[in-house]
Design a protein around this ligand. Structure first.
Ligand code: AGP
Length: 366
């Protein structure tokens, strides 16, 4: 075990640190600078088939579902194909209408999650086209799908998924780019996304280098009983995943909300004991997100802002600054500091980050 840890105190720490290299592996041989697109040979689909896709539906459980939500946002934005995400565990029980022209994407690090596997089998029974986005080669879901995108994250041991999740989102950005370029995404826009993807490993490195500052912030707020994670549109799946990570390894209750929904109820929970982690990408919603922070502050709520842009001085109680890559891909970067925040909160509370209570790495029975 010491050898496998390679000097790291635990697997979660090791796997977070491996993310820049994991992303480089996911991108290797798949980006095409000349035609500003991506090559995903494992899909086994030509341009005509790719053009014929009517919608994309991402299916996964837990964090894989949140990665799918981020994927749906990317595909819809880059390719202008309707895209949604749904927990695989619910999909298989609600007798879904299966569209033969849709592309279904089964997402799983382990490739063994029973609910995701059952969703794949239900889709195949109904004539749906389903591909895998799987990390473990030769796993049940990879075999059942027969086509897809391998994640190339390398082995993931910690129950809390980090590098596999990041590579899911990177793979979905490439899928969105590919689907976009066979439709209406211009070569210039495609080039911007290719360059953004190439910039991701260094940007993730820069976030990892802010570890000490994030550890200090985590220690300041580790006594909280509950936290909000606030994000809108592109950052909404990021907020959901951030809340999931915190719950999973620190056992602090956390809830994700869209900033726009706060005033419809949850604002009543804000007081000095309820910190909010607010995601503030420097995109079209910047002014709205700043207003959200002001609304929380006006009610006495502490705010940790996670941003890739300059914010007014004194706006938040703590700021985690990350690099900006390009608006569509920035959610991938914003996910990384939330891993570190959850990790350091759990460490401050003396939790076993690799083996949180009540949880298994993969859920192979219902
Ligand atoms: C992630 O931190 C969780 N441990 C969990 O939600 C996980 O993502 C989920 O169980 C799906 O696992 P899979 O990717 O192996 O299918």
């Amino acid at each position: 075990e010491d050898y496998a840890l390679g000097g790291y105190p635990d697997f979660m720490r090791k796997e977070m640190a491996e993310q820049p290299d994991a992303v480089r592996r996911a991108l290797r041989g798949r980006l095409d600078e000349r035609f500003a697109t991506a090559h995903l040979g494992g899909l086994n689909m030509d341009a005509r088939e790719l053009r014929g896709i009517s919608k994309v539906v991402f299916l996964g459980c837990g964090s894989a579902y949140y990665a799918g939500q981020l994927g749906a946002q990317l595909v819809e934005e880059l390719a202008r194909i309707p895209a949604t995400a749904e927990p695989a565990s619910e999909f298989r029980y609600r007798n879904p209408v299966v569209d033969p022209d849709a592309l279904y994407v089964a997402i799983s690090q382990s490739g063994e999650t029973i609910d995701t596997l059952a969703a794949v089998q239900e889709l195949q029974r109904k004539g749906g086209r389903v591909i895998g986005a799987v990390n473990v080669v030769g796993s049940a879901i990879a075999r059942e799908c027969g086509a897809g995108v391998f994640l190339h994250a390398g082995p993931e041991v910690s129950v809390a998924s980090t590098k596999a999740l990041t590579n899911m989102t990177v793979s979905f950005a490439m899928l969105g780019l590919l689907l976009g370029r066979v439709r209406d995404l211009s070569a210039a826009s495609g080039e911007r996304i290719v360059n953004g993807l190439r910039a991701l490993p260094d940007a993730i490195d820069a976030v990892l280098a802010a570890d000490d500052a994030i550890a200090d912030i985590a220690a300041r707020f580790a006594k909280a009983r509950s936290m909000f994670f606030i994000g809108r549109v592109r950052a909404w799946p990021v907020a959901r995943e951030g809340a999931q990570k915190l719950k999973e390894i620190s056992y602090i209750h956390a809830e994700a909300y869209q900033g726009s929904e706060l005033k419809h109820g949850p604002l009543a929970l804000i007081d000095s004991e309820m910190p909010s982690i607010v995601l503030v990408p420097g995109d079209e919603l910047l002014a709205k997100n700043i207003t959200t922070i002001e609304q929380i502050k006006a009610r006495g709520g502490p705010v940790i802002a996670v941003t890739n842009t300059d914010l007014p001085d004194g706006l938040a109680d703590a700021v985690i600054r990350v690099p900006a890559v390009c608006a569509e891909l920035d959610p991938i970067i914003l996910t990384i500091p939330l891993q570190l925040l959850a990790y350091h909160t759990a460490m401050a509370l003396g939790r076993d980050v690799d083996k949180p209570r009540n949880l298994a790495k993969s859920v192979t029975v219902e």
